[in-house]
Design a protein around this ligand. Structure first.
Ligand SMILES: C[S@@+](CC[C@H](N)C(=O)[O-])C[C@H]1O[C@@H](n2cnc3c(N)ncnc32)[C@H](O)[C@@H]1O
Ligand SMILES: Nc1nc2[nH]cc(C(=O)O)c2c(=O)[nH]1
Ligand code: SF4
Ligand SMILES: [Mg+2]
Length: 208
């Protein structure tokens, strides 16, 4: 399998329960809910994306011809030290490319594998931390994982209907862009205490 990687970099996880953790981000190119072209945004299934995932031209991006080569690349970016090695696999939609050989190759290098997915594709077995972020109007098949991260507000999603999905943590994250998202997210937590606020802390402190 050849992997198309938009970018890969060492930073802190900015979102969710693992916020603040040192992590290599592995951002795959491509998504099944948007082409990534601005001219298509208004007609896409997911219209609020904050990410450029088109092509392989980002920092440490490229085409990787094998799982071993890509896992070596991730390990190099982590650097020295075997403690608490973490890779966050995202995109684009990572489940278009994250397969068992790559998970095995990352595990063989001592990395825990976290994933950020839209949940429309079944997650590959072996992931250590699975974050699913549902998008209105899509069929979420992956209803089990570690954290459910709802970007809010989203017309067409009823948070109450998500609460019986099999997740350990229910997070609401203000949609970056529209005015009033933070207030709307706080109001949701106040109304439904199952949910906790997730802020995109990397944007606050100026990390990638
Ligand atoms: C760029 S997506 C890539 C992973 C996957 N495609 C997904 O949507 O979960 C990474 C995370 O950013 C969230 N996100 C995207 N655009 C956002 C925005 N404008 N405001 C807040 N979170 C956003 C997504 O919901 C997801 O949790
Ligand atoms: N620092 C940082 N944390 C993140 N957590 C999820 C991200 C993503 O784009 O998937 C992200 C990201 O892009 N940067
Ligand atoms: S599903 Fe994820 S990567 Fe795809 S357009 Fe939406 S937020 Fe962006
Ligand atoms: Mg991001």
């Amino acid at each position: 399998m050849t992997y198309a990687v938009k970018e890969c970099f060492l930073t802190l996880q900015g979102e969710g329960v693992q916020t603040g953790s040192r992590a290599v981000f592995l951002r795959f190119a491509g998504c099944n809910l948007w082409s990534g072209r601005e001219t298509d945004r208004a007609t896409a299934q997911c219209r609020f994306c904050d990410t450029d995932f088109v092509g392989t031209d980002g920092v440490n991006g490229g085409k990787f011809v094998s799982a071993e080569a890509l896992a070596d690349h991730v390990e190099r970016l982590w650097g020295e030290g075997s403690e608490r090695r973490l890779v966050v696999v995202t995109g684009g939609e990572p489940m278009l490319q994250l397969d068992s050989p790559l998970i095995d190759a990352l595990h063989a290098r001592g990395l825990r594998v976290a994933v950020e997915s839209n949940g429309t594709l079944a997650a590959t077995p072996g992931i250590d931390w699975l974050c699913i972020s549902p998008k209105a109007g899509t069929e979420v098949v992956q209803r089990k994982g570690d954290e459910l991260k709802l970007v809010w507000p989203q017309a067409g999603i009823d948070p109450a209907a998500l609460e019986d999905w099999d997740f350990a943590h229910f997070l609401v994250q203000p949609m970056d862009g529209p005015a009033g998202s933070v207030e709307a997210a706080i109001a949701l937590v106040m109304r439904r205490p199952r949910w906790r606020l997730s802020l995109q802390s990397h944007k606050v402190v100026g990390l990638a």
